[in-house]
Design a protein around this ligand. Structure first.
Ligand code: CP3
Length: 334
């Protein structure tokens, strides 16, 4: 196990810090836009193993990242459960109506995703680790209930806080499906797994514990049983004040943009590796501002296991040269 990412996730202090970026494949890369234009719809791309594998490898080739993250989407899961899912240009995801008590079994609908994992693993450079992922139950439920992205997420918040018994049924079902989906990726060759809880920060503290932390614990426990050697990264965005609690249940906690590295170095890094957390806007801006912020993060986390990343995903207007510059800064940091 010489891959820098896997060493850091196992708790080793690895320098230079391993480097990858959330949403490192995507629209900011010309080679992605070109392939995307020829692939048909976004979901067609996700479910074409050879194309998804190719897009996964694009940022690895261009920047020499320490990890590849499988090219796919968290909304393949509601699609597999029988909900209509479309990605509309300029509007984002649009999901059809669904009955929480009548979701279909996923069956073999996600098999193309696992085939993509196998293809990537077969052509990955030696020191690069492959990360599989899923959306956390709360975040996936949020898109399912709202029928897409939302400014205020009123419907899912009302259901979670106002009809907890009914909502628990949906979260339990998504928890089980998420375990199966992550396990299948590990079986196909994913060497680490990340759970994206992008909307954890919408909930009050008791809601975060019940709808984010509890399902994360169940998912972590089930995965430890099935795949004890595959580390798990939790990313509860907007809930960094709970990072220490999440750290008790995973190998690594992803810190969002607002988390203070000095605080996290003291309260989180002693229990689990930390990942993060440069503001994606600084990657858009580049130059000295980016370099100073990246160095501050590296120096705050230098005493323990740290995986360099952003505090959220790469923004579509990011100049690829800034990613290359950031990669060098992290590689050459003292
Ligand atoms: O990180 C990677 O490079 C791997 C691929 C990946 C995508 N989505 C590809 C994608 C990953 C890990 C995701 C996760 C994802 N998807 C999350 C969690 C992370 C986060 O950003 O908070 C969420 C909430 C989604 C749901 C989703 N997918 C939305 C809201 C949208 C529309 C907004 C947008 O960014 O375009 C997507 C579409 C999407 N997923 C694109 C890509 C490359 C753009 C689609 C296109 O090419 O037209």
């Amino acid at each position: 196990m010489d891959k820098p990412l896997l060493k850091a996730l196992a708790g080793e202090t690895v320098r230079p810090a391993p480097f990858w970026l959330m949403r490192q494949a995507g629209r900011y890369l010309p080679e992605y836009r070109k392939l995307r234009a020829s692939a048909g719809s976004f979901l067609d791309l996700c479910f074409s193993p050879a194309l998804a594998a190719e897009v996964t490898l694009q940022p690895v080739r261009r920047f020499g990242t320490d990890a590849a993250i499988l090219f796919s989407d968290i909304l393949t899961v509601p699609y597999a459960l029988g909900q209509r899912v479309e990605f509309v240009e300029g509007r984002g995801p649009v999901l059809g109506p669904f009955d929480p008590d009548a979701l279909e079994p996923a069956g073999s609908r996600l098999d193309a995703v696992y085939e993509a994992v196998r293809l990537v693993r077969a052509s990955l450079p030696e020191n690069v680790a492959l990360i599989g992922f899923a959306g956390a139950p709360w975040t996936v439920a949020a898109y399912m209930v709202e029928g897409g992205s939302s400014r205020d997420w009123l419907q899912v918040r009302r259901m979670a806080l106002g009809e907890p018994e009914r909502f628990a049924g949906l979260i339990d079902r998504l928890t089980d499906v998420t375990v199966d989906h992550l396990s299948a990726q590990a079986e196909a060759g994913a060497e680490a797994l990340q759970l994206f809880d992008s909307w954890a920060g919408l909930l009050p503290p008791a809601g975060i514990r019940r709808w984010c932390l509890e399902p994360a614990r169940r998912i972590a426990a089930a995965l430890r049983e099935r795949h004890p050697s595959v580390p798990l990264i939790l990313f509860p965005r907007g809930a960094a004040v709970f990072a220490a609690e999440f750290a008790g249940t995973a190998d690594c906690v992803g810190l969002d943009t607002a988390a203070d590295p000095a605080w996290a170095a003291g309260k989180v890094q002693g229990q689990a590796a930390v990942q993060g957390n440069l503001d994606p806007m600084l990657l858009v801006i580049g130059g000295d501002a980016m370099e100073r912020a990246a160095r501050d993060i590296l120096s705050a986390f230098r005493q323990g296991p740290h995986v360099f990343n952003l505090g959220h995903g790469v923004l579509p207007m990011t100049p690829p040269e800034h990613v290359a510059a950031l990669r060098r800064i992290v590689q050459e940091a003292p």
